[in-house]
Design a protein around this ligand. Structure first.
Ligand code: FES
Length: 115
């Protein structure tokens, strides 16, 4: 696959984002996979792409690893894997993926009401 944006890959892997299935290129970081899914928004997000801004934080579990605690990671650091189930997205990701994940599918943000 000769797209310089993506690391070399032989196949697409299946992941879910907030329960919705997608196929993305293996061997790539999650944020790049999100760009594969939504090329018209992710490049224009406020992402640093180098693990500093924290705007790409996600929580995920693996479909084939029941009983394992969900992991909170940076999408610009972790490599996508077959069966990755992304269950939470930072607000910047939610905003930029809104076109591929309908607003009705995105759980509401829980405000911290304690002061
Ligand atoms: S894009 Fe800034 S920390 Fe991941």
């Amino acid at each position: 696959m000769d797209n310089p944006l993506f690391r070399d890959y032989e196949k697409l892997v299946c992941i879910t984002i907030l329960g919705k299935p997608f196929q993305v290129p293996e061997n790539n970081i999650c944020l790049r996979a999100f760009q594969f899914i939504s090329p018209d928004t992710i490049p224009y997000g406020r992402f640093c792409w180098n693990q500093e801004c924290q705007l790409c934080r996600i929580t995920y579990t693996m479909a084939n690893q029941s009983g394992i605690e969900p992991r909170s990671v940076l999408a610009c650091k972790v490599i996508v894997a077959e069966g990755m189930q992304i269950t939470e997205l930072a607000d910047e990701l939610r905003y930029n993926l809104m076109g591929v994940i309908q607003p009705s599918e995105i759980p509401p943000v829980v405000e911290n009401l304690e002061k």
